[in-house]
Design a protein around this ligand. Structure first.
Ligand code: SF4
Ligand code: SF4
Length: 292
């Protein structure tokens, strides 16, 4: 492993937090700059223009195609870059950029601080079944198509948060959509951690579809692992309660790197990121054998 990789792994969490904070600040800065007629960057997480480049949330592009039954080429192109990034690096939009994820991580941290060890099981656990993930996407897409409702717009957490921040700064008003974010965070705090991103968000689900054998993923080298079934820190640190040592982290894993970071800093350096499918992920198609 190169020194650069070692540096990256050791500081992964710090880097990610820095990017998350920068994104949150940017969401506040963009409407303020626009208000002063500085329009180099305009938009929200629904769609954004940077100079002459346009980017769009791929689920909004999909929704437009499904609702209008036609393809508008500029919109299609705007949705392609996020998909290319997902194909190369996995769902890093979720773990590094999405403002909802930053909030949900804070709520998770709060829950952990208040409930202590009960909220974080240190024992090794199997990976969850993936069918609820796909069923939820099937249901939301069906509702969209059958009733013609732009459901993805209504439930896009990053879109809602960024547009509501802009509205607040422009008109000092908040829409009812904020309630949805509040309710999800409250449910996650009281009952179940990271429920939304794990099973319901159409953006996360759609991004995870764009994956192939060279998409970046966590790789496990069993010969270096010093954990055991009773103490599995990489498992414990994962907010989705995934076990990166076992098959079945797909489609939930969003490559946040928290498991890699703790393994590289404090344990056996058995986890790393790879663009080549190996070891623990070889048999992902067998995930139905896993238990929830
Ligand atoms: S799953 Fe959705 S809400 Fe969660 S981090 Fe990804 S885009 Fe954001
Ligand atoms: S398995 Fe690791 S990289 Fe994936 S979500 Fe969990 S902690 Fe993050």
């Amino acid at each position: 492993m190169s020194k650069f990789e070692q540096f990256l792994y050791r500081h992964l969490k710090l880097l990610r937090r820095s990017v998350q904070i920068a994104i949150l600040l940017l969401m506040i800065a963009i409407p303020i700059l626009n208000r002063h007629q500085i329009n180099f960057v305009i938009g929200t997480f629904y769609s954004i223009s940077i100079g002459h480049l346009d980017f769009a949330d791929p689920t909004i592009v999909l929704q437009t195609i499904l609702l209008h039954k036609s393809i508008y080429l500029p919109l299609l192109l705007a949705g392609i870059l996020p998909l290319i990034i997902a194909m190369i690096f996995g769902r890093i939009f979720c773990s590094w950029m999405c403002p909802f994820n930053a909030m949900a991580e804070f709520i998770y941290w709060l829950r952990y601080k208040i409930k202590g060890r009960k909220a974080r099981n240190l024992k090794e656990v199997p990976n969850p079944r993936q069918y609820p993930f796909w069923i939820s996407f099937g249901i939301s897409t069906s509702i969209l198509m059958v009733f013609g409702i732009p459901l993805f717009t209504y439930v896009s957490a990053p879109g809602i948060i960024s547009s509501q921040i802009a509205d607040l700064l422009f008109s000092s008003e908040l829409g009812l959509e904020v309630l949805l974010i509040f309710i999800i965070l409250l449910i996650e705090f009281l009952f179940s951690r990271r429920l939304w991103c794990k099973y319901f968000c159409p953006i996360g689900i759609f991004l995870s579809l764009f994956r192939y054998k060279h998409t970046m993923q966590v790789q496990f080298d069993e010969s270096k692992c010093i954990g055991n079934e009773k103490s599995s820190p990489c498992n414990a640190v994962c907010q989705f309660k995934l076990n990166p040592k076992k098959a079945g982290t797909f489609p939930f894993c969003h490559n946040c790197g928290d498991c890699v970071n703790i393994c590289q800093n404090k344990y056996g350096k058995a986890l790393s990121f790879s663009f080549h499918k190996k070891l623990n992920n070889q048999d992902e198609h067998k995930t139905t054998q896993n238990f929830s």
